[in-house]
Design a protein around this ligand. Structure first.
Ligand code: 6PG
Length: 481
């Protein structure tokens, strides 16, 4: 599959170079920040885009950005402006606003017309929309898009799911607009139904874990080592020279080094320590629990945001109990980087583990190597590590923790243990780093303690267990004989 995609990407690039790519004429509904950025990006790549928005003036204004952008007017004029079979990209908030757009469009569209949702929709809702649209003779694609407004404007990562034949109709313009990594577009179709949105959801779950671990490293440097924000920025910037090189570490350095124009203080020292969340991280954890796949690093990240939001309660508790014992800590920045890297591998192992489990459960035949390749550029979690991760999957590794290529990075588990131990001992917050270490220890413990769970279950509920000397058969213990 890797070779196929690479070949396809090269062919597409070649066609573009030769100027033979057919320019598309797409529709785009919703010209908010993301919609108008993507429209401009498509126009820049030579594609024509008819724009529609409930706010007709906003659509007309957005169309002024490029000659290839049109604002035909009301929804009827918009639909009529598109060549048949039509292809319409929708960038409106997921849920009710999206359903309202689909309902309006489906009254005007004809069999074979295509609707593609590029919002952060919940994958089960996408599955339902695929079915409902197909019943109306329409084709539907659910696509995750990552990279924020900047990405949409200059090259996002796009994860498509739904009808594969429908995908072929919008693939070229979207791959033209998407980010690319060494010529490979970070935009592809990965599976049927809600697969695209599921993959985007897990991207965000991983994004949560990644960000939380960066925040914990920041906390260890700020409260343990007593470094100022700018100095912490230097540590992060230093990590950009190694395997931690990633968009999130890069912008973490920038966030640390930036000064507040109003006060001249470090911007970070002015930002309130309560994190927002729109819900995709929480969805990842809930879905992973449904699938029985471990996601302790992401769960720790979601919980840390939940705790962060309870600022007044935390302040009141601090009044009662005092702050945790925070004493100075000698922090070796290189060792902290090794710890962060090992923890990151473990978080990614969990994220891809959920994707693998979803693929088996929903029969999606997901190609984990291809998904990792699609995340190498354009998206929020883009990093040099994803290139290595995709190679590990391409070489047949079922997961990351057991992949030989990840072993040098996972050797950082020694530094991770020291970091977590120091953090706990000094009263510093490190729940995601700790979750990663616990996951690693759990994964490499040949003899665990679930025999006790099984014994208890059998003792109180006769649930049965397997004997070590006769596996494969459920038996009961002698408790009630
Ligand atoms: C992306 C981001 C994007 C958005 C998150 C933020 O890939 O471009 O993930 O989708 O920034 O949804 O999520 P929270 O508000 O939950 O942090």
């Amino acid at each position: 599959v890797f070779r196929c995609i690479t070949k396809r990407a090269r062919q597409a690039q070649q066609r573009r170079i030769e100027g033979k790519t057919a320019m598309a004429h797409l529709g785009l509904v919703g010209v908010g920040v993301m919609g108008s950025a993507l429209a401009q990006n498509l126009a820049e790549k030579g594609h024509k885009v008819s724009l529609y928005d409930r706010d007709l003036e906003r659509a007309a204004k957005a169309a002024e950005a490029a000659e290839a952008l049109l604002a035909p007017g009301d929804v009827k004029a918009f639909v009529a402006s598109l060549p048949r079979p039509r292809a319409i990209l929708v960038l409106v908030p997921s849920g009710k606003p999206l359903d309202a757009v689909i309902d309006t469009l489906s009254l005007l569209l004809e069999p074979g017309d295509l609707i593609a949702d590029l919002g952060n929709s919940f994958y089960q809702e996408t599955e339902a929309r695929v079915t409902a649209c197909e019943a109306r003779g329409l084709v539907y694609l659910g696509m995750g898009i990552s990279g924020g407004a900047e990405g949409a404007r200059h090259g996002p990562a796009i994860m498509a799911g739904g009808s594969q034949t429908a995908w072929a109709r919008v693939r070229q313009p979207l791959q033209d607009a998407a980010a690319s990594y060494q010529g490979d577009p970070c935009c592809d179709w990965y599976g049927p139904g809600g697969a695209g949105h599921f993959i985007k959801m897990m991207h965000n779950g991983i994004e949560y874990a990644d960000m939380q671990m960066i925040a914990e490293a920041y906390g260890i440097l700020r409260d343990g080592a007593g470094l100022k924000a700018a100095a912490i920025g230097d540590v992060f910037a230093g990590w950009m020279d190694g395997p931690l090189n990633s968009y999130l570490v890069e912008i973490a350095a920038e966030v640390c080094r930036t000064k507040d124009p109003a006060t001249g203080s470090a911007m970070l020292d002015i930002i309130l320590d309560t994190a927002g969340q729109k819900g995709t991280g929480r969805w990842s954890v809930i879905e992973a629990l449904h699938l029985g796949a471990p996601v302790s690093t992401m769960a720790a990240a979601v919980e840390a945001r939940n705790v962060s939001a309870q600022k007044p309660a935390r302040q009141a508790m601090e009044q009662t109990w005092g702050p945790p014992k925070i004493t100075p800590l000698a922090v070796d920045a290189a060792a902290l980087g090794q710890a962060l890297l090992a923890a990151k591998i473990i978080a990614y192992d969990q994220g891809f583990g959920v994707l693998r489990r979803a693929s088996e459960t929903f029969d999606w035949a997901l190609d984990l190597g291809a998904i990792a390749r699609g995340w190498r550029a354009g998206c929020i979690i883009r990093s040099v590590l994803l290139d290595e991760i995709s190679e590990a999957f391409d070489k047949g590794s079922p997961d990351l923790m057991s992949a030989p290529a990840m072993r040098p990075h996972l050797n950082g588990h020694v530094a991770l243990r020291r970091t977590v131990g120091d953090a706990l001992g000094h009263g510093l917050q490190a729940p995601a780093l700790f979750a990663a270490l616990a996951a690693f220890d759990g994964a490499r413990t040949g003899l665990g303690t679930a025999n006790m769970i099984q014994g208890l279950r059998d003792r109180f509920g006769a649930h049965g267990f397997e004997r070590t000397d006769a596996p494969g058969k459920k038996v009961n213990g002698p408790w009630h004989s």
